[in-house]
Design a protein around this ligand. Sequence first.
Ligand SMILES: Nc1ncnc2c1ncn2[C@@H]1O[C@H](COP(=O)(O)OP(=O)(O)OP(=O)(O)O)[C@@H](O)[C@H]1O
Length: 127
Amino acid sequence: MSIQTGGLLRVSHIPLSQIRRPIAPVLDYQKIDAMVSTLKGTPQASKTCTLEDATAMNSELPPIDVLCVRDQGETYYFAFGGCHRFQAYDRIRDQTGEEVQVRCKLIPATKSQLKLYVGSSIDDMFP
Ligand SMILES: Nc1ncnc2c1ncn2[C@@H]1O[C@H](COP(=O)(O)OP(=O)(O)OP(=O)(O)O)[C@@H](O)[C@H]1O
């Protein structure tokens, strides 16, 4: 999704607890460690990020593309990428015991568009 949304959408901050992540990630724990260091203000390089880039992020990570679906007056958030950044945010939440705001680019989507990603599981996703 980033190729399409790069530079197009505004960055929003959405509470981590409100973002659903339907697909189980395959993880590189060294990358997560480096991202956690960046979020804590001590930038660290990883396989996908030079120390220079991590330092330029200034204690932030690039925003994650999040689908935003409106249904019966409520807004629901779904993410299919950003698995390592989410794990880094998860870890910060676990360490602080507090809600964490996730930097996101919100992509408005319909339920039918979401169904393309989750198939029949869509029936479990809305009340
Ligand atoms: N240690 C780090 N500090 C700051 N930024 C980082 C760090 N490691 C990676 N990034 C940046 O975070 C972005 C996402 O990295 P990457 O694709 O490896 O992880 P991801 O969160 O699992 O995302 P996706 O699932 O979409 O691939 C990239 O722009 C990368 O440059």
